[in-house]
Design a binder for this molecule. Structure first.
Ligand code: MN
Length: 235
């Protein structure tokens, strides 16, 4: 009697709001589902002529899907790195704790999944920065053109495959890049911060339309950068 009452009190005291949320998450995730593509939310030709429909289709259904296939394969072989209690962002922040044998594969494929999921939402035609976003970008980069120039320089400077980012670190926005499918959420990268926006500069993201002209692809990106999404990330 005494011990069950004690257990009850212990359990009740654990059921704070945070615990309730993580229990819900745990329950929601207990079915051992495969990773699947998140909805794109628009048609493959929605970003024409800046990003062509065929590139979008291949990028989403082949490249992004390939990272998911690898993750499902990995989870089948060794799921010690996987936790139902953690978000993908939390997992990316703890790659150093992942079994060394699968760490690189988790880094590349979980990174690839997160990066592409983040990227799709950042693409939309005909949006503009709202007043708050504009003020923040002007404060950090002098002007919107100043931001574009610095971001372009960084994106052009990525040697080989990788991503260019705007990250928030404290109250400051910074422009940086990562190699391969790394991102600033990872504990294994040299730059860390909250991603505000990012650009995939792997050749698969632009080669069909822009060939070797990454510079033209970056200019096109500024025409489809979804400032509504950027504003949400700044909150
Ligand atoms: Mn890509």
């Amino acid at each position: 009697m005494k011990s069950s009452r004690k257990d009850f009190i212990k359990t009740a005291s654990l059921l704070g709001v945070g615990t309730m949320l993580s229990l819900n998450k745990l329950q929601a995730n207990t079915q051992d589902k495969d990773f699947t593509l998140p909805p794109l939310g628009y048609s493959y030709n929605a970003l024409e002529p800046f990003i062509d429909a065929l590139t979008m289709e291949i990028h989403y259904t082949k490249h992004h899907q390939a990272y998911l296939n690898k993750m499902n394969e990995l989870k089948g072989k060794d799921n010690t790195w996987w936790s139902y209690e953690m978000s993908l962002e939390q997992m990316l922040g703890q790659l150093n704790n992942v079994n060394a044998e699968v760490r690189t594969a988790v880094r590349n494929n979980l990174g690839g999944h997160w990066n592409h999921s983040f990227f799709w939402k950042l693409l939309k035609k005909d949006t503009k920065p709202n007043a708050i976003t504009l003020t923040i970008f002007e404060k950090n980069f002098g002007s919107l053109d100043g931001f574009k120039a610095e971001f372009k320089k960084t994106a052009l400077g990525v040697f080989g495959s990788g991503w260019a980012w705007v990250i928030k670190s404290g109250d400051t926005l910074k422009i940086c890049s990562t190699a391969n499918q790394d991102n600033p959420l990872m504990d294994v990268t040299s730059v860390q911060g909250k991603p505000i926006l990012g650009l995939d500069v792997w050749e698969h993201a632009y080669y069909l339309k822009y060939h070797n002209k990454r510079t033209d692809y970056i200019d096109a990106f500024f025409n489809v950068l979804n400032w509504e999404q950027v504003a949400q990330h700044l909150q």
